[in-house]
Design a protein around this ligand. Structure first.
Ligand code: B3K
Ligand code: ZN
Length: 854
């Protein structure tokens, strides 16, 4: 396979300052006429080389004259050119309605749209399809007026008119030079929800969210989030919007969440459409976060873009960090941090310890689509957060100002970003840079000793970065650890919070005159994305869960206590639940804690996260240990769960941090009552399912029922299906809830659902809702007979023929074989080998499956 290496980067041989595109839209045969002004970049004699995946030019014209000395080789068009500046015209014909990969120009629900990042533009026309070739685009669209009344592209609208024979045209012009991955167009029958935003300097921006007519009532939340994002970026980063219009289009068939095309974001409809009856609180939060994320890309990604795809985290890590900050400011910052860390542990830590581990700035890839990972996005965001912590808020803001100012209109690198951080703050980040090049999650050991009687306390810290594929030996990294000591007797802090910069393999920190036995609070706020291995006793962890003044650290102490309990239960078959039960009781009883925080703090770590602590994962033992603790917590604290359950939130539904917290705690309580096996659990859940005026409560009740043995689950599933039969986003929930069930028959149910008339692999959301969700259902997927592995492989092989990108994304659960017993490992490898042996496999799935076998 062809490997692309970061060290091979060379500047483009030819630049393209201006690009004119004319699209004659027809779903079966769209003509694309491109006119590129090209400039030789430096002194060389290379021909012009344009990328064009699977394309043949219908014509090639140089400076107005048709030529035939061009050739197409390995999906590139070579044109010999004698001068330093030329005008190049090409024409191609493409078929959006046969594009099942959903990359390039494709059809979705009768509309035509684009997806170009990372390398989709080469499926539309011949172009140097790399992010460091920035061009000014003007675009003319012509299409049938009745079928495609709306014609949109990047930038500002210039003109429109009649083209005769029932057709019309529109012209768009984007004054900002951009790489081809940010190109977009939409032709469709859409309605718009409009508003406007006045920027800080007084410019009025027309905002529009475009959807099918029937979906229009579900667009207000996204539009509101957009305006909040625009104001937030002005206030927090000093970044203003720069065009007269900002449009968002929602489409049903989309490979991921959304795309930040300049002035014309295109979204998966699941990140736009919401009303209380069809979307959960979680969906509402996700919509606001993704709308913000794509909007923030206008600066971190579009105005300042990436030099090459190895620098992807430059825009993605930073933009995730920015959207996390935005979401934290909309409600509880502590709960947001808890959710983000939980997400990091669920997706990124396993990636970092598995066969697909790669650094935040990778050194090589076969298929760039495979590198849109939790490491690039979420660990990348943690890197920015650590730099912000090391610099402090004032210097960090000065550094981002410098970065935006210096690299505006430029394709930059991660190194450029770090250099701005150093220059604006005077700090030396030489060692910190290892975070960009070394993969793997550092492990930090911490042990605290105290001389009784008001003496000295000694904290010994150590770090170790485990080996990862291609990186057997690691250097110590710079780890910013926020630390504080609390007095075991008084419960009061004994020190201020300190930022320790651990930069060697081991270090000792001494605290003098420590008057009582200290308890260590470490990595407060999750200041570094590491694993802490400490010698704190269950009693100390329970103590911190009551007394720590950092809400994240409080949550973390409780999680560690629960995790230790679950690991003991899984390994030894039983465990002492008392400390965990007491800590949960105290948290529920504390009136000062906000309900949303309480709901997060009392939740048990996932089965997968428990498995990640073990050298060999036994999914049955983990499930049993977790159910045993859930049952005990449910029974012993039944009164408290009933009290929490009785605190009904407001009707009608209100989406606010406060009401969200109440709903969350209430649904967590319902889960514990069901785990306790109280006789009325199913009736309670079913009643909630029936009377709920919102999807949050309805889906939570359904989730509880779907894992129960009660026949009410069948009734609830039928009612849910019939009620939402014509809403694909809600039907996804119907599939997903069943795929995540903890019932013994979950694997069989999933196999049957794959034959359901509403199931299709052609729609990525639907594929993910069944196949993707099943892959994270630890017990069902890892059945000892290997049926789960076989099912996933069958689905991936079928999906790969339609949509390689989406297939490759769903592969990682099969790559975890090293973590399991020999029998399961052999069954998983057998399926990986079967995938790799498929004739005509995409390079996307090949790269993921073959690396997973190593
Ligand atoms: N930049 C896009 C992701 C494109 C993924 C291509 N495989 C969305 C985002 O991160 O905002
Ligand atoms: Zn992004």
């Amino acid at each position: 396979p062809l490997v692309i290496r970061r060290e091979d980067y060379r500047p483009p041989a030819w630049l393209v300052p201006d690009t004119r595109l004319a699209f004659d839209i027809d779903p079966a045969a769209t003509r694309v006429h491109a006119t590129l002004s090209v400039l030789r970049n430096g002194a060389h004699s290379e021909p012009l080389r344009l990328d064009g995946a699977g394309q043949t030019p219908l014509s090639v014209v140089v400076d107005g004259v048709a030529v035939n000395d061009w050739r197409v080789e390995d999906d590139q068009l070579f044109i010999p050119l004698s001068g330093d500046a030329h005008s190049i015209e090409t024409e191609v014909e493409i078929a959006p309605d046969r594009n099942t990969q959903l990359m390039g120009l494709y059809a979705s629900g009768g509309n035509i749209c684009t997806q170009c990042e990372a390398e989709g533009f080469r499926r539309i026309t011949f172009f140097p399809d790399r992010p460091d070739v920035l061009s000014r685009y003007s675009v003319r669209l012509t299409a049938d007026r009745a079928r495609f009344p709306v014609l949109l592209a990047n930038g500002d609208p210039v003109a429109q008119g009649d083209a005769g024979e029932g057709r019309h045209w529109a012209e768009w012009n984007d004054p900002f030079p951009k790489p081809s991955y940010l190109f977009a167009l939409v032709a469709g029958d859409l309605q718009v929800n409009r508003d406007s935003f006045v920027t800080e300097s007084g410019r009025t921006v027309e905002l529009g969210i475009w959807v099918r007519a029937a979906d229009l009532p579900r667009t207000d939340h996204a539009l509101h989030a957009l305006k909040l994002s625009m104001a937030w970026d002005e206030r927090v980063y000093g970044r203003e919007y720069d065009l007269d219009v900002f449009n968002i289009v929602a489409v049903d068939d989309f490979n991921f969440g959304a795309m930040e095309n300049k002035g014309l974001n295109i979204f998966n409809s699941r990140y736009i459409l919401a009303d209380p009856d069809t979307a959960t609180d979680y969906d509402y939060d996700g919509i606001a976060a993704v709308v913000a994320h794509e909007y923030f890309h206008n600066w971190s990604g579009n105005r300042v873009t990436c030099r090459d795809w190895f620098q992807l985290s430059l825009k993605e890590g930073f933009t995730v960090y920015r959207d996390q900050g935005f979401s934290a400011d909309q409600g509880s910052a502590a709960v947001k941090r808890i959710e983000d860390v939980r997400g990091l542990r669920a997706a990124q830590f396993p990636e970092d310890s598995g066969p697909l581990a790669h650094s935040v700035r990778p050194d090589e890839y076969q298929e760039i689509s495979n590198f849109y990972t939790a490491t690039i996005y979420n660990k990348g965001a943690e890197l920015i957060r650590m730099m912000a912590t090391i610099l402090g808020p004032t210097a960090f803001r000065a550094a981002t100002d410098l970065y935006f100012d210096r690299f505006d209109g430029i394709a930059a690198t991660c190194e450029d970003f770090v250099a701005c951080m150093e220059e604006a703050s005077g700090k030396d980040l030489t060692q910190f840079r290892l975070w960009y090049s070394q993969a793997g999650t550092p492990r930090v050991s911490a042990s605290l000793e105290h001389q009784p009687g008001g003496g000295r306390a000694t904290l010994r810290l150590g770090q170790r970065v485990p080996p990862t594929p291609g990186q057997p030996v690691k250097q110590p990294m710079l780890l910013p650890l926020k630390i504080r000591l609390f007095g075991a007797e008084t419960g009061r802090p004994l020190t201020d919070e300190r930022l320790v910069l651990l930069d060697s393999n081991s270090e000792t920190i001494v605290f003098e005159a420590v008057t009582e036995r200290p308890v260590l609070s470490i990595n407060r706020g999750f200041s570094a994305p590491v694993v802490i291995e400490s010698d704190r006793s269950p009693a100390d962890l329970a103590f911190l869960s009551r007394h720590d003044d950092d809400p994240f650290a409080r949550y973390e102490a409780m999680q560690q206590l629960m995790l230790d309990t679950l690991v003991a239960g899984a390994v030894e078959g039983r465990a002492d639940h008392e400390a965990a039960i007491a800590a949960v009781a105290d948290t529920l009883d504390n009136p000062e804690l906000d309900r949303a925080f309480v709901a997060e703090a009392v939740l048990l770590p996932s089965e997968a996260f428990v498995g990640d602590q073990l050298s060999s994962v036994d999914p049955e033992a983990i499930f049993r240990a977790r159910e045993a603790l859930r049952r005990d917590l449910g029974r012993r604290l039944e009164d408290r769960w009933r009290t929490a359950y009785a605190q009904a939130p407001q009707i009608p539904y209100v989406y606010s941090p406060e009401e969200k917290g109440k709903r969350r705690l209430r649904n967590v309580a319902l889960g514990y009552l069901a785990a306790a096996g109280v006789p009325d659990a199913a009736t309670l859940a079913f009643r909630q399912f029936e009377v709920a005026d919102n999807m949050t409560d309805r889906q939570a009740a359904l989730t509880t029922l779907v894992s129960s043995d009660d026949d009410l689950r069948i009734a609830a599933l039928d009612i849910f299906y019939n009620r939402y039969a014509d809403n694909p986003l809600v039907l996804d929930k119907w599939f997903q809830t069943q795929a995540l069930s903890s019932r013994d028959d979950a694997a069989a149910t999933v196999a049957a659902l794959a034959e359901h008339p509403d199931f299709t692999l052609a729609n990525p959301n639907r594929a993910r809702s069944l196949v993707g969700a099943f892959g994270v259902n630890q017990r069902a997927f890892n059945r000892p007979d290997g049926a789960g592995y076989r099912f996933l492989a069958d689905q991936l092989i079928a999906l790969d023929r339609l949509n390689p990108q989406t297939a490759a994304k769903l592969l990682p659960p099969l790559g975890r074989w090293r973590r399991f017993d020999e029998d399961r490992a052999a069954l998983m490898r057998e399926q990986l080998e079967r995938i790799v042996a498929q004739p005509g496999l995409s390079k996307d799935l090949f790269e993921q499956a073959s690396k997973s076998l190593d």
